[in-house]
Design a protein around this ligand. Structure first.
Ligand SMILES: Cc1ncc(COP(=O)(O)O)c(C=O)c1O
Length: 360
């Protein structure tokens, strides 16, 4: 990236233009009628569910071979065994839960996983079903009565909060530590700073300001990766979560996805090919042969596209070739609420330019 570039960017950690705090009852947009507990992250919420199931005799966790490695942290911390099940190129899972295991299903990118109906039908008869709604939080299907009683989510994926997770069991939690409160405020300052900085679209990149907010975001991730995290969520994060206009967020994500689909679907391979009416997408997922080179070239033009996910260290490439393929070829194009039609046009042109360069 050159310091003479303009600041315009797509992707990267969410900025926050202003803070609008909402009343607690508005959190029902996220959790519906379910009772449960807010904690600092998705993995902490998952750990609360696992502790609960461990107390009922569960010793083993059966997981999809394509997943975010952070989900494994609580399993390791609790000393439970784990095994993995196949996920195909279209992100459908094929679980085969050992008896008394906890089987975890991820509803990737907001789509309801096709394996779920059969699992829901027999949950509680020889295995416990836990659904990870982190990506599907705003998808209409996720509030159906068919969804398992045991669910958790990370609240950090669809909007500008650095902390937040929830699980569907009620637990008395310690107040957040001073360090967690400090991280919540520091990352809030960083999001506001990023918004101010990016609002001057044509000004030049200022590496010192970018370093300030990137370090603040990295500090939260490092803390979540390296500390036990079972505590309540700072109140300010709950107030911010309840102040978002989740319906507007959902509508923008859907319309950006549909626009990118019009612009790109004939030019790239897609693990997911259509957007049902009841899905709010996390991103626009494409499969690229030369993913890492293209990702780097896009980042040089300030299109910052995440990888969901590298293969977790416990998952064998040979045993799960499709998960290996997804891990080395998928790129997520940002379609979130910060962006509109012009941004989608710019990003799709940049990607098509890179694809053509590669083809020459
Ligand atoms: C699908 C999914 N579930 C759970 C998690 C864990 O959430 P957190 O990072 O808030 O602990 C992640 C993290 O990326 C995720 O992608």
């Amino acid at each position: 990236m050159s310091a003479t570039q303009s600041r315009y960017a797509i992707g990267g950690s969410f900025e926050l233009d202003s803070i609008s705090l909402g009343p607690p009852e508005q959190l029902s947009v996220l959790v519906g009628e379910r009772k449960g507990s807010w904690t600092v992250s998705g993995r902490a919420a998952f750990e609360l569910l696992l502790r609960h199931l461990q107390s009922k005799g569960a010793r083993h966790v059966h997981l999809p071979s394509y997943l975010c490695e952070s989900v494994l942290l609580p399993i390791r911390a609790l000393g439970m065994d784990m095994s993995f099940y196949p996920v195909d190129k279209h992100l459908n899972g094929y679980p085969d839960p050992p008896s008394d295991a906890v089987v975890v299903v991820i509803h990737y990118f907001g789509w309801e996983n096709r394996c779920i109906d059969a699992l829901r039908a027999n949950a509680g008869q020889g295995y416990y079903l836990v659904e990870d709604l982190s990506h599907g939080l705003m998808s209409a299907w996720s509030s159906s009565a068919d969804v398992s009683e045991l669910v958790f989510f990370s609240a950090r994926k669809l909007g500008p909060v650095s902390l937040g997770g929830w699980c569907s069991i009620e637990v008395e939690l310690d107040r957040p530590s001073v360090e967690i409160e400090g991280l919540a405020w520091r990352s809030l300052a960083a999001r506001l700073a990023r918004a101010q900085y990016l609002s001057k679209l044509d000004a030049q990149v200022d590496p010192a300001i970018e370093a300030f907010y990137l370090e603040a975001f990295a500090a939260v991730e490092e803390h979540l990766d390296s500390h036990p995290l079972i505590s309540a969520l700072p109140q300010v994060v709950l107030d911010i979560l309840s102040g978002f206009d989740w319906h507007d967020i959902s509508a923008r994500r859907r319309s950006n996805w549909l626009q990118l689909h019009d612009l790109l679907s004939r030019h790239v391979e897609l693990p997911i090919e259509e957007l049902p009416a009841d899905v709010v997408p996390l991103g626009y997922l494409v499969r690229l042969q030369d993913r890492d080179r293209i990702r780097k070239a896009l980042a040089a033009q300030r299109f910052f596209c995440p990888v969901h996910w590298p293969l977790a260290s416990e998952v064998s490439k040979k045993g799960f070739p499709d998960a290996g393929l997804l891990a080395r070829s998928c790129l997520t194009l940002p379609i979130d609420q910060r962006y509109g039609p012009k941004d989608m046009m710019r990003m799709s042109s940049a990607l098509r330019g890179e694809l053509q360069r590669h083809a020459c």
